[in-house]
Design a protein around this ligand. Structure first.
Ligand SMILES: [Zn+2]
Length: 287
């Protein structure tokens, strides 16, 4: 796991075991806040041990989950004594889908043997502000990659943890393109010194506007291409011939996962649009 400092008292950790997923640590005089907890115990423990070492006598007060996906929440159980915060919907999704998915994952991955789902106790609906020591931590809804996404803004430090709403390749499978677009727009209105994505390298001040606008261009491009494919009556499979580079995202992004995520996006969008059309056609028949 790679550790870097994005501000005097804010750290970002990047996984070397799973898709460059990130976690964060915000230190204050009244204890610390951890953002996301890594998928595999080896890295979750390293994150926890480091956090305990540098947190001071008040320890780790809160753990915030940016959303309910496994790679961001599996380490929760290791943070005994800290309160877990997430969106209200994240708790529901972890209970309903996260628990059975973990049992299934354990069959093929012995590394996950000891993991158990620890559900969040403090639930955010729209927003929540935590005032801790000298810092103001503003939590707000940030959907699009998932319906339960939240963003964490450390106001005084101009650092923002965006979860998977920001990734080297925007990812909408299980989410919603329009909502993601809206969330990215919201982010582009903030003055930030560092923007921490759910996966991949931290974005620094100078590169934030360009990266966000590239992500929005990518989303508009795939929306248009999928629309065209449907209008021309071409099969869904033909979408896999569209390269991610052609949509403005380098193929090497996220350790070479870019093209796979991109094709998954195209297929998801195709299915969403077809379902919508079908519903409309049925409604017209009834009318
Ligand atoms: Zn993720």
């Amino acid at each position: 796991m790679i550790r870097e400092r994005v501000s005097e008292d804010i750290y970002v950790f990047t996984s070397e075991l799973y898709a460059q997923v990130t976690a964060g640590l915000i230190l204050t005089q009244e204890g610390s806040v951890v953002v996301d907890t890594m998928p595999f115990p080896r890295e979750s423990k390293a994150l926890r041990d480091f956090a305990l070492r540098v947190s001071g006598p008040k320890g780790i007060r809160y753990v915030i989950n940016t959303h309910s996906h496994a790679d961001h929440v599996y380490g929760n159980y290791l943070f005994e004594g800290s309160e877990i915060i997430a969106h209200k919907r994240a708790r529901y999704l972890m209970e309903k889908y996260g628990k059975p998915a973990l049992e299934e994952a354990k069959v093929t991955s012995s590394d996950l043997k000891e993991v158990r789902i620890r559900l969040p106790e403090m639930l955010v609906e729209d927003e929540l502000t935590i005032r801790l020591g000298e810092k103001t931590i503003h939590i707000q809804r940030l959907p699009g990659n998932s319906e339960d996404g939240i963003g964490i803004h450390v106001i005084e430090k101009k650092v923002f943890f965006a979860g998977d709403v920001v990734m080297p390749v925007p990812y909408i499978v299980g989410g919603d393109l329009k909502q993601l677009m809206h969330s990215l727009q919201k982010l582009s209105q903030l003055q930030l010194d560092a923007l921490v994505p759910g996966h991949g390298p931290v974005l620094l001040k100078g590169e934030i506007p360009e990266k966000l606008s590239k992500s929005m261009t990518y989303l508009r491009t795939i929306d248009r291409l999928v629309e065209q494919t449907i209008a021309r009556g071409k099969p869904k499979e033909s979408l896999s011939q569209i390269s991610v580079d052609a949509c403005g995202i380098p193929r090497i992004a996220l350790g070479g996962l870019a093209q796979d995520l991109h094709v998954a996006n195209l297929f998801w969008l195709y299915d969403q649009k077809m379902q919508k059309r079908q519903k409309q056609a049925e409604a017209e028949k009834v009318a």
